[in-house]
Each structure stands twice: as C-alpha cells, then as structure tokens.
Design a protein around this ligand. Structure first.
Ligand SMILES: Nc1ncnc2c1ncn2[C@@H]1O[C@H](COP(=O)(O)OP(=O)(O)OP(=O)(O)O)[C@@H](O)[C@H]1O
Length: 229
C-alpha cells in the first residue's frame, strides 16, 4: 500500500504547503505546526476529504481510510454498540456482534454496549471512536487532534491505548502537543513557513514512556522551535 502526496497546496493565491513530497510508511507520523499552518488541510487532502485549498500535484492512498477527530461524531440516538456497528451497516457488511464486543473490550468498554453516548465520559467517547476506527480495519488511519479535548491523564492513557490498538498500521496524526508527537511519532514533521521539516524522533519503542528523561527536554526544544517568531 502506497500513501503519498506531492506537489503544492494552494489556498487562493497563497502556498499553504510548498515543495510537498510526503510518503508514509507503517507506524506513526505526527504532524505539528502553528494554528492555521495547514495541518488539518494536509491531513484531509491525504484522506481524500473536501478542503478549501487546492492540491497541485499527486496523491496516492487506499480507498478505505480510518478517521478520528476531536469531535467524535457519535449518534446520540444509537447505543454504544449501534454506533460501533453503524459504518459497517451502511456499507452493507454488518459487523458481527462478537467482533463488536471484542472491540469494545479492547478499548476498555466491555459491558457498555447498551449505553447511550450521553452516558459516556469524554475519554470513554474517544475510546468508542477508536473502536469505530478499529472496526473499519483500514490500513491507513488519519487522526485530527483526537485527544486534545481530554484531560492530561486521560490523554496519556488514550495515547497508550491507540498506540497498542493501531500497531502495524500507517497512522498520520495532527496534534498541537509536542509531547504527544514525540511519544507516538516514529516520524515527527513540523509544518512551518509552508514547508514540512523533519524533527529527529526519540530513540526506543513507542509510546515513549512519560518518565523518559529525554522526552521533556525534546518537547521543550520542539515547543521553542514552534514558537519562534
Ligand atoms: N473552509 C475554509 N475556507 C477558507 N479558508 C479555510 C477554510 N478552512 C481552512 N481555511 C484556511 O486554511 C488555512 C489552514 O487551515 P487548517 O485548518 O488546515 O490549519 P491548521 O494548521 O490545522 O490549524 P489549527 O491548528 O488551528 O486547526 C488557514 O489559513 C485557514 O484559515
């Protein structure tokens, strides 16, 4: 499976991303940048979703792409199980109940299948959104700040869970959080001045433990680079 995007991204007459030549491989690629830099636009272009900008170039990606964002898009009138099985049902390939229940168990929601989304906490809703991505079983998964609305301990737990559940897939995630990018990213990219800059990743397995002595230092250095005038 090839996932690649190359060329220039234009917003009106302004280049949002110039000299783009991105090829994704299995593992996590984390995309950082200032607000308005164009991260979500680039992710949506990769995922084949509508954007205000225009790609002058080429894109190669699979048809089926897992998508998870800050807004979990759960249907309030469906149960947890109903939400999990919705996409498969719409595709006409129903998700067998035992598989759906195994997915709920994998994300720590065993026994919650009959609940309504309103009965879930913010972290639990994102667990369900993650289970929905897993149900799609797409080789490419695009994540747009999926954990940014969560409190810090819940966010760290979701990072660990997502890393475990999405192992082996090609994952591309937009985030504002340098620590998150460095914990999860096999590759870390900073979109700045309309160019993608490669940030050296931390050594060792993913997710990098929060206790890793190099993590805070690398995150501080990355934040300073992101904030430079
Ligand atoms: N629907 C739209 N119509 C016009 N311009 C848009 C639209 N959506 C985004 N833009 C513009 O495109 C540029 C990039 O936006 P994008 O959302 O990709 O940035 P971002 O880096 O993801 O920002 P943030 O971190 O704040 O979400 C911005 O200048 C934004 O104003």
């Amino acid at each position: 499976m090839t996932v690649a995007i190359a060329g220039q991204v234009w917003l009106g007459g302004r280049p949002l991303v110039a000299a783009l030549d991105l090829r994704l491989t299995p593992g996590w690629t984390c995309l950082l940048g200032a607000s308005g830099a164009g991260k979500s636009t680039l992710l949506r272009l990769l995922a084949g979703l509508p954007v205000a900008a225009r790609l002058e170039g080429t894109r190669q990606a699979p048809d089926r792409i897992g998508w998870m964002a800050q807004a979990d898009l759960l249907q309030p009138r469906l149960s947890v199980l109903g939400n999990l099985r919705l996409m498969a049902r719409l595709r006409g390939e129903p998700l067998p109940r035992p598989r759906a229940e195994a997915l709920l168990e994998a994300v720590g929601l065993a026994g919650r299948g009959a609940d309504r989304p309103e009965a879930l906490s913010g972290g639990e809703r994102q667990r369900l959104a993650l289970a929905r991505v897993l149900a799609d079983d797409a080789a490419l998964v695009a994540l747009d700040e999926p954990f940014s609305a969560l409190d810090v301990p819940t966010r760290a737990a979701m990072q660990d869970l997502a890393a475990a559940c999405l192992a082996g897939k090609t994952v591309v995630m937009v985030t504002h959080d340098p620590t998150e990018a460095l914990r999860l990213g096999d590759r870390v990219l900073l979109l700045q001045d309309a160019l993608l800059h490669e940030i050296p990743p931390l050594p060792g397995p993913r997710p990098v433990p929060l206790s890793d002595p190099g993590l805070a230092q690398a995150a501080a250095a990355l934040l300073a680079r992101m904030r430079r005038p």
